[in-house]
Ligand binder design. Structure first.
Ligand code: SAH
Length: 251
């Protein structure tokens, strides 16, 4: 059996209970070494076989899956954050399906959530934005034409940008070109939930300069939008005058 497990954003105790239990039981762990906290591997059995996938190809990872199945092992594929966000798990799952192997996915806490927690922010504020756009800058992976950053920026919704800490000049230019005003509040969260976490809050027009000053060019999320500002409307859900399935309003 093969489990894809979300390791969480960094802090070892942000893995799920299910993920931790599987770590303790695994006979083989293939972990994304560039971003997974090595402390998590401390929960593995002493005889557990460890592979750092940072230097491996999909073919080599697949070989490990095959070896594990031949030996009737519990194989754990440990991905940073939540595996469904830029995790490259689909191509692995498709190989497993072709090979006829059973697998399951255990979700994790994405850096999307950890960055908001670090900022004590909420992406979805009434009267500000009820939409969160999760995207990236085009790197070696191209962006689909209909999703170019400027067109996404036109919505002026809350936005979280992955995989772009090394491309902040382009990001800033594209977001401004698309319609966010230069003073739109923004934040850069470097290594959310790690001991060396850093937070920068600034206007969108300054993100590239401020990140350069702080020496941040990787492992960061860029967040943009009015949700980082002070103004919003209170929620209907907790408004005394609002009736819903669990509460009669008017009190
Ligand atoms: N599956 C992961 C994302 C993997 S892509 C998740 O759910 O978080 C790698 C990118 O995620 C990095 O370039 C960075 O943009 C972001 N990232 C991962 N861990 C992070 C962290 N602890 N703090 C800030 N950004 C992080």
């Amino acid at each position: 059996m093969i489990y894809f497990v979300g390791a969480g954003p960094g802090a070892a105790d942000l893995i799920t209970l299910r993920g931790k239990k599987l770590l303790e039981e695994a006979d083989q762990i293939i972990y994304a070494g560039s971003l997974v906290n090595p402390d998590l591997l401390g929960w593995a059995k002493s005889e557990c076989v460890l592979h750092n996938s940072a230097s491996m190809t999909l073919e080599e990872v697949t070989e490990c899956f095959i070896t594990g199945e031949q030996k009737h092992w519990l194989t754990l594929r440990l991905h940073t954050g939540d595996p469904s966000v830029y995790g490259a798990i689909r191509e692995q799952m498709d190989r497993l399906r072709t090979l006829g192997f059973n697998y399951e996915v255990v979700p994790g806490v994405s850096s999307l959530s950890a960055a908001a927690a670090a900022l004590r922010a909420e992406y979805t504020l009434p009267g500000v934005s009820q939409t969160l756009i999760v995207t990236r800058t085009a790197g070696r992976t191209a962006m689909p034409e209909k999703e170019d950053l400027a067109s996404l920026a036109a919505h002026q919704a809350s936005m979280a940008v992955f995989l772009s800490a090394g491309l902040l000049e382009t990001l800033q230019q594209e977001l401004l070109r698309g319609g966010y005003i230069p003073a739109t509040p923004a934040a850069i969260v470097y290594k959310a939930s790690w001991p060396d976490e850093k937070i920068i809050r600034c206007a969108l027009k300054d993100i590239a300069a401020r990140a350069a000053e702080a020496g941040i060019n990787r492992t960061a999320l860029v967040l943009v939008g009015g949700f980082l500002d002070r103004d919003y409307e209170r929620s209907k859900l907790y408004d005394p005058g609002f009736t819903h399935g669990y509460r009669q309003g008017g009190k």
